[in-house]
Design a protein around this ligand. Structure first.
Ligand code: FBP
Length: 548
C-alpha cells in the first residue's frame, strides 16, 4: 500500500557512535566503573559464576570504532513473549551491523522454535520487506520458558547443528532472565574447540516495565502501544462530552506495572486514573478504591451536572490491592501444591475446593467476589507462573461496585456505563518514529555486541534526548530471587512506576483538576512526519532527564 511504501522510507536517526545510517560501523565496548548489584548478588555470583567473572557486572560503554572487522559469525535471533512494535527493526539493525560477511538466522515461533531448531537465513530482501512494520509475524513468537535439563540440551543441539556463535533473545523481563540463564549455560564447552555461544538480550514489552534508571529508559513497543491507546481513549473522551450520558471504564494492558496507564493518562487527562503502585503504597482496599471513583462520579454530577467521564484502570491493579495480593499469593501456592486434585475436579467444584484450603480472611474475600472474577483467579497461570491478569475484568468489577455504592449513598446520580479493554490492539501497530528509530539502534547495538564477542548482556540505548548512546547492561547484575510456582526462582524484577518520579508527580499535581471538569485531550492518530512524530513518551521525557 501507499502507507507501507512511505513507512519503509522513514528516516531513521542513528546514534553518533555508529557513524552514518547508511553504513553504520561496528563499535568496541569497554567495562565502565558502573557495577550493578541487587539484594541477591552474592547468590547470583555463585550460580552465574562464568558470566559474573567475565563481566564483573559492569555496564559496557562505547570505547570507539571496532577494529579489525569480525566476520564469519553465525547468529540466530528470536522473539519471545507478547508482540511489540519495532521488533522487526531490531532484526534489521542486527542484519545491517552483521553485514554480508556474517550470517543472521531467524528462529521461527519463539523459544520453542529454538528447541526444535526451526532456523532460516534472513536475507537483505527480507529486511527490505519488514523494515518499519509492526508485529512479530515475520518470525512468530511464543512464551516457552527454557528451564528443564532436557530443554537446555535441545538448545545446545540446535547451536551445534547450525554451528551458531550467538543467540539473540528479543523479549521482556522473563525472557531476558531466560537469556541470562542461557548465557551461563552456553558460556563455554559447547563447540568442538571448547568455546561457547554468546547470548544477547534486547528489551521488548509494551508494558514498559523493563527499565533500568539511567541505563535503559524504556522497553520498545511502549510508545506505539500507548499512542494507540491514547488515540482510542481520546476518541472516547470526545464521545463522552458529545453524548453526555456515559461513564467509560477502560482497562489498559500492562501485566503488572502501571506505566502504560500513567502514560495514557498524561496524554488524555481523564477524570479518574488508578495507578496500581500508588494503591499498594497507600495500602488502599478494594472498597477504598471504589469510594474514590464514586466520589468523583458524585462530585462531577453535583457540582457541574456532568453525568459522564472516563476511568483508566491498569490491567495489573488487582494484584496491587493488598488484600487481593495476599489472596492471590496464597492461591498461587495452594494451586501449586494441590495441582493434581484441583485438575481432577469439575469447574463448578473448584471454587469451594480452593476456598476450603485458604486462610479464614482470604477464604472470606475469595467467596465474596463475583463468579466472573473467581473463574479468572483460578484460570491456568502462564508458562512463567504469572496470573493472566489481562483476562480478569477488573473494569467490570469496579463499575459494578461503584454502582452498588452509588445506590447506597447517592441514588439520584445517573450512572450509565461502558467497559473496554485496550490491549491487543496496541501491540502490533506500525511502530511510531520513536519505536522505529529506537529499535533500529537497539539492533545495531546487539550486532555490535556480538561482533565484540560479548555474552550475557542486554543491549540498550540511553540518553535519548541527546542523540542516543549505545550501551550494554550485564544481565546477571539485574537478577533477583523471587517466589514463583511455590518455589524460589531467578528473575529480573519488573520496573514499577515510582510514585516519587517526576512523571508521577506531574500527574498527581493535575489529576484533581482533570476530575473536577472536562479538561481532556484527544491526541488523534500517531504521526510519522511533522513535529508530533518527534515526541518521545511523556513519562520517558519527564523521567529520563532525572534518571540520567
Ligand atoms: P510481554 O511482557 O511478553 O511483552 O507481554 C506483554 C503483554 O501484552 C501484557 O501486557 C499482557 O498481560 C500479556 O502480554 C498478554 O499475554 P498474551 O499475549 O499471552 O495474552
Amino acid at each position: 500500500s501507499v502507507f507501507e511504501n512511505e513507512v519503509r522510507q522513514l528516516p531513521l536517526p542513528t546514534c553518533n557512535a555508529f557513524g552514518t545510517a547508511a553504513a553504520p560501523q561496528a563499535i568496541a565496548f569497554a567495562a565502565s566503573s558502573q557495577v550493578l548489584t541487587t539484594k541477591d548478588s552474592a547468590t547470583v555470583a555463585q550460580h552465574f559464576a562464568q558470566s559474573v567473572k567475565a563481566s564483573g557486572n559492569a555496564v559496557l560503554r562505547v570505547a570507539g570504532p571496532a577494529s579489525p572487522r569480525v566476520s564469519g559469525k553465525r547468529v540466530a535471533a528470536l522473539f519471545s513473549g507478547g508482540p511489540a512494535a519495532g521488533g522487526h527493526n531490531v532484526l534489521c539493525g542486527i542484519k545491517k551491523m552483521l553485514g554480508a560477511d556474517n550470517t543472521l538466522f531467524g528462529v521461527k515461533g519463539g523459544p520453542k522454535g529454538l528447541l526444535e531448531g526451526k532456523l532460516f537465513e534472513i536475507t537483505d530482501a527480507d529486511v527490505a520487506s519488514i523494515l518499519n512494520t509492526g508485529g512479530f509475524d515475520f518470525l512468530g513468537t511464543d512464551r516457552t520458558k527454557i528451564k528443564t535439563a532436557e530443554q537446555f540440551e535441545q538448545v545446545k543441539q540446535t547451536c551445534i547443528a547450525h554451528n551458531l556463535d550467538a543467540i539473540v533473545i528479543i523479549g521482556g523481563d522473563d525472557s531476558n532472565t531466560n537469556a541470562a540463564i542461557l548465557a551461563e549455560f552456553l558460556f563455554s564447552g559447547i563447540k568442538a574447540d571448547g568455546s561457547g555461544v554468546q547470548v544477547i538480550g534486547a528489551p521488548k514489552t509494551i508494558d514498559g516495565d523493563l527499565q533500568v534508571p539511567g541505563l535503559l529508559p524504556i522497553s520498545f513497543g511502549f510508545d506505539t502501544a500507548t499512542r494507540i491507546y491514547a488515540e482510542l481513549a481520546g476518541n472516547i473522551l470526545q464521545d463522552t462530552r458529545s453524548s453526555i450520558k456515559y461513564w467509560h471504564f477502560i482497562k489498559l494492558m500492562g501485566r503488572s506495572a502501571s506505566h502504560v496507564t500513567l502514560e495514557v493518562a498524561l496524554q488524555v487527562k481523564p477524570a479518574v486514573t488508578l495507578i496500581s503502585e500508588e494503591v499498594a503504597e497507600k495500602k488502599l482496599s478494594l472498597s477504598a478504591i471504589v469510594e474514590q471513583i464514586a466520589s468523583a462520579v458524585i462530585d462531577r454530577y453535583r457540582s457541574k451536572k456532568l453525568k459522564h467521564g472516563v476511568v483508566l484502570v491498569p490491567e495489573g491493579l488487582i494484584e496491587f490491592i493488598p488484600e487481593m495480593n495476599a489472596l492471590i499469593a496464597e492461591l498461587n501456592d495452594s494451586l501449586a501444591h494441590h495441582a493434581e486434585a484441583f485438575a481432577a475436579l469439575s469447574v463448578d467444584a473448584r471454587p469451594a475446593f480452593v476456598a476450603a484450603k485458604l486462610s479464614a480472611a482470604n477464604s472470606a474475600l475469595f467467596s465474596s467476589l463475583p463468579g466472573y472474577i473467581i473463574n479468572m483467579l483460578l484460570a491456568d497461570r502462564d508458562s512463567h507462573g504469572n496470573l493472566q491478569v489481562s483476562l480478569i475484568p477488573t473494569e467490570q468489577l469496579l463499575s459494578d461496585m461503584v454502582r452498588a455504592r452509588l445506590q447506597q449513598v447517592a441514588p439520584e446520580v445517573p450512572f450509565a456505563t461502558h467497559h473496554h479493554f485496550f490491549g491487543y490492539e496496541g501491540r502490533c501497530g506500525a511502530p511510531t518514529l520513536f519505536d522505529a528509530a529506537y529499535t533500529w539502534n537497539l539492533g545495531l547495538t546487539v550486532g555490535a555486541l556480538i561482533l565484540d564477542g560479548r555474552t550475557g548482556y542486554m543491549a540498550s540505548v540511553s540518553g535519548l534526548s541527546a542523540g542516543g548512546e549505545p550501551l550494554a547492561i550485564p544481565l546477571s547484575g539485574l537478577l533477583n530471587i523471587e517466589r514463583r510456582h511455590g518455589k524460589d526462582e531467578y528473575v529480573i524484577e519488573k520496573a514499577l512506576v515510582r510514585t516519587n518520579a517526576p512523571a508521577m508527580k506531574f500527574f498527581v499535581s493535575r489529576r484533581e483538576a482533570w476530575a473536577a471538569d472536562d479538561l481532556f485531550a484527544s491526541p488523534g492518530p500517531r504521526q510519522l512526519w511533522g513535529p508530533a512524530a518527534k515526541q518521545m513518551p511523556m513519562t520517558v521525557a519527564l523521567n529520563d532527564g532525572a534518571d540520567s
